[in-house]
Design a protein around this ligand. Structure first.
Ligand code: DC
Length: 340
């Protein structure tokens, strides 16, 4: 161990002895330890880590502010002058407390910043190795969209309903007065698609879904939409995507793949109830016919037909309500992520 040189001495007149002096090295060792503790803490419990940083910052700034106020106050209203004594014990104690509190607050602030820095760096590495991409596929009206949104909310991940992309392409083709089967017009619409228009209410409903399943058969349309979907999936923490070919084509490496299904009759019953709830007049038989037509089109097409990936878990929701379906899907995600 080298000679003991204090930190203040080293700052005033740096020498080689400083490099081996515990007095000089101590603050650096403490800082490095706090960086390591921050990195470890964020991996253990992200919420507790955030709470610690927040509380630490509040405490440090609070003490800093109070000590600066006290120091300012003692400058203006010198206790010695008030007592009529020069260099009184009270005055010295008050100054010592205020200056120690200031020094302590600065040390605490630097420590918290070290802790936060460690956590931040660790989070960057975590997001690189732990991106969670969840692919949810299934036929029309299987409830996969609702499920995808709930799973995404649970894991705080972004969510993309890829059916909306095809619905929007069909809308744009029709707006141009084009034919849904015309590959060139549909492909141009797909290339020029403005993703900010996906919340357009006209994209909801059976007519838009039926039109979407027609343009979705065109290979160039699918190719034009692929990059957008893959880029969405490649967000730092991952994403949830629902559609027909997410697990098979768009994200074949997704960590979790779920294929949601239910009998056509049950899907038609649920969808019919939704229409009736919105005051729309459509018969159950019409809804069932629409669902069967779309199932046949989506699973019978040559390119990226709807189907479960070989490594997907099939979730049959025929006899499950929405809550039970969510619980079952969540258990599947947790089971898959525990293994990977
Ligand atoms: O999920 P949805 O009902 O909104 O989908 C509308 C149509 O879009 C569907 O019938 C087929 C097509 N689609 C597709 O081919 N591939 C996807 N990934 C998503 C939807």
């Amino acid at each position: 161990m080298g000679n003991f040189v204090t930190f203040a001495e080293c700052v005033n007149s740096p020498s080689s002895a400083c490099l081996t002096s515990p007095g000089f090295l101590f603050p650096f060792v403490m800082f490095a330890m706090l960086v390591a503790v921050g990195a470890f803490s964020v991996r253990q419990d992200r919420t507790r880590y955030r709470r610690l940083v927040k509380t630490g910052l509040w405490a440090a700034f609070g003490v800093l502010f109070a000590s600066l106020l006290a120091i300012g106050y003692f400058f203006v209203f010198d206790p010695d002058a008030a007592l009529g004594v020069d260099g009184s014990a009270l005055s010295q104690t008050l100054w010592l407390v205020a200056i120690s509190a200031f020094g302590g607050a600065v040390a605490l602030l630097i420590g918290i910043l070290g802790f936060a820095l460690g956590g931040r760096v660790s989070q960057i590495f975590m997001s690189q190795d732990a991106a969670l991409v969840i692919a949810i596929d299934g036929p029309a009206a299987s409830g996969k969209g609702t499920l995808a949104k709930r799973i995404a909310a649970h894991f705080d991940l972004p969510c993309l309903d890829t059916g909306l992309l095809y619905r929007a392409v069909a809308r744009d083709v029709m707006a141009l007065g084009g034919n849904l089967e015309d590959a060139k017009t549909a492909c141009d619409a797909a290339r020029l698609l403005d993703a900010t228009t996906l919340d357009d209410p006209s994209l909801r409903g059976p007519a838009a879904g039926d039109a979407a399943s027609i343009v979705a058969r065109i290979p160039a349309v699918r190719a034009a939409l692929l990059d957008y979907q893959r880029a969405f999936a490649q967000q730092p923490r991952g994403a949830v995507l629902d559609g027909r070919d997410i697990g098979t084509v768009v994200c074949p490496d997704a960590r979790v793949k779920i294929f949601v299904t239910a009998t056509a009759e049950e899907r038609a019953r649920r969808r019919h109830l939704e229409h009736v709830g919105r005051g729309e007049t459509i018969s159950y038989d019409e809804v069932l016919a629409d669902i069967r037509r779309r199932d046949a089109r989506d699973s019978g097409r040559d390119i990226a037909p709807m189907g479960a990936a070989a490594d997907a878990i099939v979730l049959d929701t025929t006899h499950l309500n929405a809550e039970q379906a969510f619980e079952a899907a969540l258990a599947m995600v947790l089971q898959r992520t525990a293994k990977s």
